[in-house]
Design a protein around this ligand. Structure first.
Ligand code: SF4
Length: 354
């Protein structure tokens, strides 16, 4: 075993954090946790994971669950395609794999929503398959440790690192090695201000010993993210408001929202609210006061949602561009799964009614 691997594993043994999926690394637990951990911090994931597992303790419980319940438990975590793929994959494993998780790196990647990173994490942590995990954290650690100065956004750098780590992960327990590197990236070799003096890799670290830690890793600048302006109406009729369920094949499919849509070039936000509500619901409304403006960032674009209180005037609801439209009381909104940006709208609505 390489001396630095030994140091790393000793450090992990003493410093690893307690995580609910670590105490009992069943394939189902590790898979759910790794999907939740994509784009999301451990501290945020833990309560979501615990609620999810207590509601769906076994793979078969998830496979037979209603998608709305799965999305409801996911509300606030973002990237909802992860939840839809978890549900789809659970069904598939039950129907096509006799309820048994594939235990190979390639086999797992045949399943919806499982890419190389999650496949490597699951097979190494659960089945001790010697395959390295390579994500942004691992790239950062090794760019510094080995002095890799190529652009870490390049797929080639990821492929090269996978090949460099493959023989190393075979010299030790793969589950421990992979988790140790991920933990080191999260706790010590952090993006800003890494704690080099306490790092188990410091003795052999290229960046630390050459005083170039701030320069690594090198990451080229991202192209500017496009921005969209969205007009949304909270349409009231008596004590109820109108909500729409997004079509299953749309982005955020299966989640609920208030009707509205993109403001076109040259269009005012109020005119867009009237037009979108008419197009989506067949209703004529009167646009009233602005309730709130909410900024939200997705992976490839940003939005600002301008929300107006609207009064129903005339018309019969028709779900022209959603799976369903429903009139509900404000105190019933918590029973529906909304995307995270909408949670701030609901809070503002509740405040306005106090
Ligand atoms: S010594 Fe510093 S830069 Fe090198 S791996 Fe450790 S924390 Fe990262």
């Amino acid at each position: 075993m390489y001396p630095w691997v030994n140091e790393l594993l000793l450090w992990f043994d003493q410093h690893q954090r307690l995580m609910p999926w670590r105490s009992e690394p069943l394939p189902y637990y590790v898979w759910v946790s790794e999907i939740m951990l994509q784009q999301t911090q451990v501290v945020t994931v833990i309560p979501y994971f615990e609620r999810f597992i207590s509601r769906f303790p076994r793979l078969e419980d998830l496979a037979t669950a209603d998608l709305d319940d799965v999305l409801g438990l996911w509300a606030g975590l973002g990237y909802y395609s992860r939840a839809r793929n978890l549900h789809k994959t659970a069904k598939l494993i039950m129907s096509e794999y006799e309820g048994v998780f594939p235990s190979t790196y390639d086999g797992l990647q045949q399943l919806p929503g499982i890419g190389p990173y999650v496949a490597a994490a699951v097979v190494s942590i659960v089945f001790e398959v010697a395959v390295p995990v390579v994500d942004g954290n691992v790239l950062r650690v090794f760019a510094r440790f080995w002095g890799i100065d190529d652009d870490i956004r390049l797929p080639k750098v990821r492929v090269d690192l996978f090949e460099q780590l493959s023989p190393i992960v075979q010299t030790c327990q793969p589950s421990q090695f992979n988790q140790a590197i991920m933990e080191l990236g999260a706790l010590v070799c952090t993006p800003k201000s890494p704690s080099c003096p306490t790092c188990p890799l410091a003795k052999e670290c290229y960046a630390f010993n050459n005083l170039c830690v701030p320069a690594l890793p090198y990451k080229s600048k991202k192209a500017p993210v496009p921005h969209k302006t969205i007009a949304v109406g909270i349409v009231r009729k008596g004590k109820r408001v109108l909500i729409a369920k997004r079509k299953a094949d749309q982005m955020l499919g299966g989640l609920w929202e208030f009707p509205g849509g993109k403001v076109e070039d040259g269009e005012s936000i109020v005119a867009a609210a009237l037009r979108e509500i008419k197009e989506e619901t067949n209703l004529d409304v009167c646009v009233g006061e602005k309730l709130i403006a909410v900024n939200h960032a997705f992976s490839h674009f940003k939005i600002t949602i301008h929300v107006f209180m609207c009064e129903y005037v005339t018309g019969t609801v028709l779900p022209n561009s959603s799976d369903e439209l429903r009139w509900v009381r404000v105190d019933e909104l918590e029973n529906f799964a909304f995307p995270s940006a909408n949670q701030r709208i609901i809070s503002a609505l509740e405040q306005s009614l106090l």
